[in-house]
Write a protein that binds this ligand. Structure first.
Ligand code: SAM
Length: 278
């Protein structure tokens, strides 16, 4: 029996005295089609998988059925014995108790996946969606891809175009590292307990190198952060204190952009060109 069978999942939780913990963002998946879809799309056959937050093991079992090796990192120590129970039929899984935000993924991969491409797969706890995504992307091409279920609202931001209301600093930060595709939306009724919002599965195909060349990456992201911190201001005004309004306006003119533009209108490549000029 699979853990997407609600009566089986409830029996497992009852047997181990598990009540889903809000503070850890525990909403367990119950729809077998969604679980299979995520497990199918998240990686190529030859990949090893890192799962963040296996919960009671619902997605983990689908991953173990498809891939050679799965390492699952779970912060909630009360779930470790549950996972030992629900995953006892698999010999290709290793559960690690720990906080994914604090883990050194270089060391983890060197230890568990030598010579193997690795993909990340997770139904993420929503309280740390953005920091976890940014942490994983900062490793660059260490991961081949990162497939995550997140709030639809955040997925819309990551896939939005310049000029739209959802477009922001995180859109640019993610697009600097990965090509993002939406896989599917998932309604709250597909989880126990149901979350308050609709979810979306996205797959981030990690780029071997950024899509734009820039002299100073840190400066690029400083400019982007300042541009969106006060998004109602013109870009020149938002950057005035640190970079000088006149210098910004003349740099914009050099790249054929109106000097009174707002930051939300600029593409990643516009920001890169601007960053090199000021
Ligand atoms: N994968 C399971 C599923 O799809 O049913 C559970 C997903 S649930 C939304 C999120 C899981 O992440 C929970 O098991 C939670 O305890 C775990 N978690 C929360 N914060 C974490 C962290 N910082 N590091 C690792 N796991 C974490």
């Amino acid at each position: 029996m699979r853990l997407t069978d609600i009566s089986y999942a409830r029996a497992v939780m009852l047997r181990h005295g598990i009540v889903p913990q809000k503070r850890y963002g525990q909403n367990f998946l119950t729809n077998p089609h969604v679980v299979d879809l995520i497990a199918d799309v998240c990686a190529d056959d030859e990949c090893g998988i890192i799962e963040i937050g296996p919960g009671i093991g619902t997605l983990t079992e689908a991953l173990c059925e498809r891939y050679k090796k799965v390492v699952a990192i779970e912060i909630d120590k009360t779930l470790i014995p549950v996972l030992a129970d629900t995953l006892s039929g698999f010999d290709n899984v290793k559960v690690i108790e720990g906080d994914a935000m604090k883990l050194d993924f270089n060391a983890l991969i060197a230890e568990h996946f030598p010579g193997m491409p690795v993909a990340v797969c997770a139904n993420l706890p929503y309280y740390i969606t953005s920091p976890i995504i940014m942490k994983m992307l900062e490793y660059g091409p260490l991961f081949r891809s990162i497939t995550v279920m997140i709030q639809k609202e955040v997925a819309d931001r990551l896939t939005s175009a310049a000029g739209s209301a959802d477009y922001g600093a995180i859109t640019l930060a993610v697009n600097y590292r990965a090509q993002v595709e939406k896989v599917t939306n998932v309604a709250p009724s597909n989880f126990i307990p149901p979350p308050k919002v609709t979810s979306t599965v996205i797959k981030m195909n990690v780029l071997q190198k950024p899509p734009v060349d820039v002299l100073n990456e840190e400066k690029l992201f400083d400019i982007i952060k300042l541009a969106f911190a006060q998004r109602r201001k013109t870009l020149a005004n938002a950057l005035d204190e640190k970079y000088g309004k006149d210098d910004v306006a003349s740099a914009l003119e050099k790249i054929n952009i109106r000097p009174d533009v707002r930051g939300e209108r600029l593409s990643l490549s516009d920001f890169a060109r601007l960053s090199d000029l000021i």
